[in-house]
Design a protein. Structure first.
Length: 314
């Protein structure tokens, strides 16, 4: 309750001691100061828009991203968030979501597939608006950044017939889903068939990118098919990663073609704090997080995307 003070003369009290007047004057000054504070304009928020960061915020977020010993990225195909999360056809993926960080507001960049692979690999769609093949670029990207920093990268593509980048399609292999093949500054030796994916996980490169074939990634086959493939081929890595300071990222290139383009994205690993996370993220956010983890220059639009910093135990 706010009290009012009367410091002027009143009936029957025309004369007051000097001390009384000094006390009243001090109270009046305090009241005036409080009134001035309450009428001042509120401070402007320094929070950046979703998916971006100011330089100070971006630096702090990057510093908050731990460096996994190994990171494996798996990109699945053409399924929206609601087609996978909560679906009885995807028990393994939903199990991963419970074990790790599930992003409930994750979005792809574009349609169709190819621009999204380029975005996650290099921070740009490079103006690509189709699944055309071949396309060729020479800009900085995740692989060149890692190699320049003294780290390692390998892309593993299921069904890769050879490291020849001129091959656009061979059976269930499709180069449009293998972005490192589109960059002349990525040595062909960094592109391997998935059969070369190590069983001794300590020998994995710093960052690996795994691309299932057109059936196993859910593009041509069912959600259940892709879910089974992930369990069969990556579950042993997940178990190992949770005790060896390593990380699995499972995401999707795009949804089934909607304007919302909401996709499942899951992080699982020893340093990941399980839970559901509602901040809006995109492929650029994921690339920014990986590049921040390994102290790399941020490529393209990843330079203005905030690294994901709230899912880590440390």
């Amino acid at each position: 309750m706010r009290r009012s003070f009367k410091c002027g003369a009143s009936a029957g009290h025309a004369r007051r001691p000097a001390a009384r007047w000094l006390a009243c004057a001090a109270v009046a000054a305090l009241a005036a100061g409080l009134a001035a504070c309450s009428s001042a304009s509120p401070a402007k928020s320094t929070q950046s828009p979703a998916g971006t960061s100011s330089s100070k915020t971006g630096t702090a977020a990057a510093a908050a991203v731990p460096r996994p010993a190994h990171t494996v990225i798996v990109m699945m195909e053409n399924r929206g968030y609601g087609q996978v999360i909560g679906s009885s056809q995807a028990p393994y993926i939903n199990g991963l979501a419970r074990q790790g960080a599930l992003f409930t507001n994750s979005h792809a960049i574009s349609h169709p597939s190819e621009p999204n692979y380029l975005a996650l690999f290099s921070g740009s769609t490079h103006g690509v608006e189709s699944d055309t093949c071949p396309v060729t670029f020479s800009s900085p990207n995740l692989a060149t950044g890692l190699v320049a920093a003294g780290d390692t990268f390998t892309g593993y593509a299921e069904g890769l017939p050879s490291p020849d980048p001129t091959i656009c399609i061979d059976g269930e292999y499709a180069r449009k889903h293998v972005p490192w093949m589109d960059f002349t500054n990525v040595p062909t030796s960094l592109s391997q068939p998935f059969t070369s994916f190590p069983t001794n996980f300590s020998s994995l490169p710093t960052v690996s990118w795994v691309v299932p074939n057109l059936c196993d990634d859910m593009h041509d086959c069912s959600v259940a098919t892709g879910d089974t493939w992930l369990r069969t081929h990556l579950d042993s890595y997940v178990t190992w990663a949770k005790t060896h300071d390593s990380l699995l990222i499972v995401t999707f290139d795009e949804d089934e073609g909607t304007s919302v383009n909401q996709i499942p994205t899951i992080f699982v690993g020893q340093q990941v704090r399980p839970g559901r996370y509602a901040e809006k993220i995109t492929h650029y956010s994921v690339l920014a997080t990986i590049e921040a983890a390994y102290g790399l220059p941020r490529d393209g639009a990843a330079a203005s995307a905030a690294p994901i910093s709230d899912v880590w135990r440390s």
